[in-house]
Design a protein around this ligand. Structure first.
Ligand SMILES: Nc1nc2c(ncn2[C@@H]2O[C@H](COP(=O)(O)OP(=O)(O)OP(=O)(O)O)[C@@H](O)[C@H]2O)c(=O)[nH]1
Ligand SMILES: [Mg+2]
Length: 457
C-alpha cells in the first residue's frame, strides 16, 4: 500500500539544536554538521524515513533564522490585506531585493510552503526574547501547523515553564519537551503521536513509522541479550592450565584469566552502548552507571561483589588468593595423594567423566583455572543493569529490573547453559582450543531466553 509522505520542516533560531533533532529522529549520528555556534547549517538538507523502501516521512533540516525582527517589520509594511499571511509571504519571495536581504529566512519560508508541518525548535535555556516571538509571527504567516519543540529542558537553567506560558499566550498549544541529544524512544513516540493528532491524513504513515521503531527496539533488545549471553558463555567456559610444580605459573595464568575476562566484558559493554547509540561523546551528563564507558569497579574485587549484593562462592577459599578464580583441579577434591593413586589404580580404564579427567590431570601435574560462579553472577547482573538503564530511557514506566530476575542472578543456581559451558572449553573464544560448535549456539539462544524471561527486556 502506498502511504503519503509526511513532509516536515525543522525550523528555529540559529544554534537551538535543529540538526541535533534531525540526527536523533533519523538515528543517524553522522547527519549534517552540529556545532556549538550559530550559522552551522547553511543549506536545507532532506532525509527520508523509510520502511522496506517505502518513504513515510521527509525531514528537512534548515539554516537558523537570524533576522526575523526586521523581516516582520518588512512584512507588516506591505500594503493590502493585513491578515492574509501566505499572500504576504508570497510577495516577499517574489521580491528580488528582499530575497537578497533576507536570504536565509526566505529559503526557510519557501520550504514552509512545501511542507505539511513545521517543528519549531526552542533553546529553553534562553529567555523568551522578542526576536523569537518575531520568528513565530513570521512562521505563523505560512499557514502551516507548527509544533513547538522545547530543547535543552534537562539543563539546570531551563526556562521550560516560562516558555510554555509564553507559547500559550500566543495560542501555540502544541508543545513538546524533547532534548535533542538524549535518545529517548518514548519522547520520540510522543512527538509522532502529536503529529498524528494534528495531521489526520498522515496517521497511517506515522503509525507505520512508529511500528517500525517498535520492531527496531525489540530487535535491539534481543541483540543486547545475545551479546550478554555470548559474554557469559565465553567466561563460563574459560580455562587456563598450569603446571602444579611451578607456583609462578599458576599466578601468571590467574592474572591472564582476569585480564582476558576484563577485556571480554568491555567488548560486551561497547556492543551494548553501540546498540543504543551511545558514542563516547554522549557520556557527559548522562547518568549511566559507567565512567568513560567502563564499569568503574574491578570485576575481581570482592568489594564489587558486595556492592552488587552477591555472596562469595563456595569455592572462594579453594585457590588461596585466587579471588573469583576457581581452581578446578583442587576444588572439591579432598583426597590425599595416596588415596588418589589408589583410586586411579582401582578405577582403571573405567575412569571417566569430568571428575576422572580432573584426577588424571592432577596426577599429570596439571592444574586448571576457571572463573567462579559469583564472578559470572556479577558479570550477568551488571550487564543486565546497564541494559536496563539503556532501555529505561526509552520506557519511562518500566521497572528497572524485576525482583525475580535479581533473585535468580544473585542466589539461584546458574542457568543450565552456563553450567554446561563449564564442560566445554572449546565454546570459549577466550581459550586456545576454541572451535565452532552448534552446541554453543544453542546454549547462547537458551541463555538469551533465560536472561530475558520475566524481564520485559
Ligand atoms: N546538552 C544538549 N546539547 C544540545 C542539545 N541539542 C543540541 N545541543 C548542542 O547544541 C549545539 C547546537 O546544535 P545544532 O544541532 O548544531 O544546532 P542547529 O540549530 O542545527 O544550529 P544551526 O545549524 O547553526 O542553526 C551543539 O553543540 C549541540 O551538541 C540537547 O538537547 N542537549
Ligand atoms: Mg544546524
Amino acid at each position: 500500500m502506498d502511504l503519503p509522505v509526511l513532509k516536515i520542516a525543522v525550523v528555529g533560531h540559529t544554534n537551538t539544536g535543529k540538526t541535533s533533532l534531525v540526527r536523533t529522529l533519523t538515528h543517524d549520528r553522522q547527519f549534517g554538521e552540529v556545532r556549538d555556534r550559530g550559522g552551522t547549517t547553511r543549506q536545507i538538507t532532506s532525509v527520508l524515513l523509510e520502511v522496506e523502501g517505502q518513504a513515510l516521512i521527509e525531514l528537512n533540516d534548515t539554516p537558523g533564522l537570524e533576522n526575523a525582527p526586521e523581516l516582520i517589520e518588512w512584512l507588516d509594511e506591505l500594503p493590502g490585506e493585513r491578515h492574509d499571511g501566505p499572500d504576504r509571504i508570497e510577495r516577499l519571495l517574489r521580491d528580488g531585493q528582499a530575497r537578497r536581504r533576507f536570504d536565509q529566512e526566505c529559503r526557510v519560508l519557501e520550504l514552509m510552503g512545501e511542507v505539511d508541518v513545521g517543528l519549531y525548535v526552542i533553546d529553553a535555556r534562553e529567555p523568551v526574547l522578542e526576536k523569537y516571538l518575531d520568528e513565530l509571527a513570521v512562521l505563523g504567516r505560512c499557514a502551516r501547523p507548527l509544533v513547538m519543540v522545547l530543547n535543552f529542558t534537562a539543563a539546570d537553567d531551563s526556562r521550560e515553564d516560562e516558555w510554555r506560558q509564553a507559547l500559550a499566550r500566543l495560542s501555540l498549544h502544541s508543545v513538546l519537551a524533547f532534548d535533542a541529544v538524549i535518545r529517548d524512544p518514548a519522547t520520540e513516540h510522543r512527538l509522532f503521536e502529536k503529529l498524528k493528532g494534528l495531521l489526520d491524513d498522515f496517521a497511517p504513515s506515522l503509525e507505520a513509522w512508529m511500528a517500525e521503531r517498535e520492531r527496531e527496539d525489540h530487535r535491539r533488545q534481543r541483540a543486547a541479550l545475545a551479546a550478554i549471553a555470548d559474554l557469559l558463555i565465553d567466561v563460563a567456559a574459560c580455562r587456563r592450565h598450569y603446571s602444579l610444580e611451578i607456583e609462578q605459573e599458576r599466578q601468571a595464568r590467574l592474572e591472564e584469566i582476569r585480564r582476558v575476562v576484563r577485556r571480554r566484558e568491555q567488548v560486551c559493554v561497547d556492543i551494548l552502548l553501540d546498540l543504543y547509540r551511545f558514542g563516547s561523546e554522549d557520556y557527559q551528563d548522562q547518568d549511566l552507571p559507567l565512567t568513560d564507558g567502563r564499569w568503574p569497579d574491578d570485576l575481581f574485587d570482592p568489594q564489587t561483589l558486595a556492592h552488587f549484593g552477591i555472596r562469595a562462592g563456595k569455592y572462594a577459599g579453594a585457590g588461596a588468593g585466587a579471588g573469583l578464580i576457581f581452581d578446578i583441579s583442587t576444588a572439591g577434591l579432598s583426597l590425599g595423594a595416596g588415596t588418589l593413586v589408589g583410586t586411579l589404580a582401582g578405577a582403571g580404564a573405567g575412569l571417566a567423566g569430568t571428575a576422572g579427567k580432573r584426577l588424571v590431570e592432577k596426577m599429570r601435574g596439571t592444574g586448571r583455572l576457571g572463573v567462579d560462579d559469583p564472578a559470572l553472577r556479577l558479570l550477568a547482573w551488571r550487564q543486565l543493569c546497564l541494559l536496563a538503564e539503556l532501555v529505561r530511557r526509552g520506557h519511562a514506566s518500566m521497572d528497572p529490573l524485576r525482583p525475580a530476575v535479581e533473585e535468580a542472578w544473585k542466589h539461584k543456581r546458574l542457568p543450565a547453559p552456563l553450567r554446561r559451558a563449564r564442560h566445554h572449553p572449546e565454546w570459549s573464544t577466550l581459550n586456545r582450543e576454541n572451535a565452532a560448535d552448534p552446541g554453543r549456539e544453542s546454549a547462547v539462544q537458551e541463555l538469551v531466553e533465560a536472561l530475558g524471561r520475566g524481564n520485559e527486556i
